[in-house]
Design a protein around this ligand. Structure first.
Ligand SMILES: *Cc1c(COP(=O)(O)O)cnc(C)c1O
Length: 467
């Protein structure tokens, strides 16, 4: 109670535009509390900010920008090292982000509920390399961590009697499943999933349509960028957003970005010896990789960060010195990364607004389909492992580092279980991959998805039909 009292005083001081903080609060109080965290829009960072709860519920800032914390807190490494599991570490790490919001008191419970997933870090080939397996959640992809966190936050923010909230999600395959699993059967929520027809794997499509209940899947006659545009337009339309109580669960949602920081912190603290660990992240919309970059900026011992993309070269071209040039996404074997204009680039540019992004220890590597195939084929013999096509991009980037004589410690991020992409992987390795139990169970259920034209009007009609 003391904390929220102090926070409200500080907020009113800031709102009055007083340049210097007036010492209304005795210092012994300020020593034990966190400053309220203020979230601003990338489109107008000088405008008045908002708290985490408001930012999460809105999804997108009212001016169409993406929410970012006005300042990035510095992590207390000793306090983090004292934590014995991921939920504990996440509670400590994320507390400053929740300060001053209604979520602050619920954070320990949210982390316990949402982030209590296995996080193995087995060796990969040699003792200097670890694989971070992020695919042990209910839908067998890393997005489970983030989707579960967002769902737990929104559930905590819900008051009895609130109208049903519609979680709108565009997916290139894995997001939709993770968000559906996280909100499935949660009272007060409905999920509307838009995925590009024919552009997700058969198993992904089956999974998206298999939840039923409060989860509705639609196959959009267009590509992922169309799906993403429809979601953005709907959220940006104040009438629609209000009429249907819309909220987003895409990688533009802050509630997905924040929890991802915690597994990078966990890995960095587990693995760092004399030198910081370098990280290779399979990258599409830059949500997962941005969390790694933020972990490093918060002070965690992370060295260089490599973004492994598929044949979509927007980021590799940018980091090799060209201007940023968003373009349509190309279809590849790593379909969850078929992104030509990564939505989180706007956030990354904002965080680096005063620094040179190309001199920040960030690199991007493109891996084409033939190299993805080769890496999956070689995986069994070389590492006794089967990789999903996205993870294979990161493994290939690692192999390039090793071939160039780089012997430093590396973490390679594994973003999905290979059984999710069996159509690609099984012919390459010549054997069947057993799906993990949760995925298997979904695949045995019937599945349904309605067709949808790639227009805002078509989406509006769907939403009206539900109301
Ligand atoms: C979503 C996804 C990615 C890309 O993650 P971003 O946060 O969009 O960069 C990579 N691999 C898999 C398996 C995914 O589902």
């Amino acid at each position: 109670m003391i904390a929220s009292f102090g926070v409200s005083l500080r907020t009113s001081t800031n709102a009055g535009n007083v340049g210097v903080r007036v010492p209304l609060i005795p210092t012994y109080v300020s020593a034990i509390m966190l400053d309220a965290m203020d979230y601003v829009s990338t489109a107008d960072p000088n405008a008045k900010g908002t708290d985490l709860a408001t930012a999460l519920l809105a999804g997108l800032a009212p001016d169409g920008g993406l929410y970012v914390p006005r300042t990035l807190p510095t992590a207390n490494l000793d306090a983090l090292r004292a934590q014995t599991d991921l939920p504990g570490l996440a509670t400590e790490l994320l507390a400053p982000f929740c300060a001053g919001s209604r979520l602050e008191p619920a954070l320990p419970e949210i982390c316990r509920e949402a982030l209590n997933l296995p996080l193995p870090l087995p060796e990969l080939g040699d003792s200097a390399t670890r694989l971070m397996e992020l695919f042990h959640g209910p839908t067998a992809a890393f997005k489970d961590f983030a989707a579960r966190f967002l769902a737990a936050c929104l559930a905590h923010l819900r008051a009895p009697g609130d109208a049903v909230r519609t979680v709108l999600v565009a997916t290139s395959g894995d997001t939709g499943g993770a968000v559906a699993a996280a909100f499935h059967r949660r009272p007060g929520f409905r999920v509307v999933i838009l995925y590009p027809a024919g552009r997700v794997s058969k198993r992904q499509a089956h999974q998206l349509g298999a939840f039923g209940n409060n989860v509705h899947a639609f196959r959009v006659e267009g590509d992922f960028d169309d799906c993403q545009r429809m979601v953005k337009q709907a959220l940006n339309d104040p009438d629609m957003a209000e009429a249907f109580h819309l909220t987003s669960a895409n990688s533009i949602s802050l509630g997905r970005l924040l929890p991802q920081i915690s597994y990078y912190a966990w890995a960095a603290l587990q693995l760092t010896g004399d030198e910081p660990v370098n990280v290779i992240v399979p990258t599409g919309n830059l949500g997962n990789a941005l969390a790694c970059i933020l972990a490093r900026d918060m002070g965690l011992p992370i060295g260089e960060i490599f973004l492994a993309t598929n044949a979509n070269r927007t980021l590799p071209d940018y980091f090799s010195g060209q201007d940023y040039h968003g373009r349509p996404g190309l279809e590849t074997l790593a379909n969850a990364m078929d992104v030509g204009d990564p939505s989180n680039f706007e956030r990354l540019a904002w965080f680096y607004r005063d620094r040179d992004l190309r001199a920040a220890g960030l690199h991007a590597e493109s891996v084409d389909d033939e190299q993805i195939r080769q890496t999956i084929r070689d995986g069994l013999g070389r590492y006794q492992r089967v990789f999903c096509p996205h993870t294979a991009c990161a493994v290939k980037a690692l192999e390039r580092r090793r071939a160039s004589g780089d012997r430093r410690p590396f973490v390679v991020v594994a973003t999905a279980h290979p059984a999710k992409f069996n159509e690609v992987v099984e012919p390459l390795i010549g054997s069947i991959i057993e799906p993990p139990p949760a995925l298997k169970e979904l695949l045995q259920r019937p599945s349904h998805a309605g067709p949808l034209a790639p227009t805002l009007d078509a989406l509006l009609k769907v939403l009206v039909d539900f109301s």
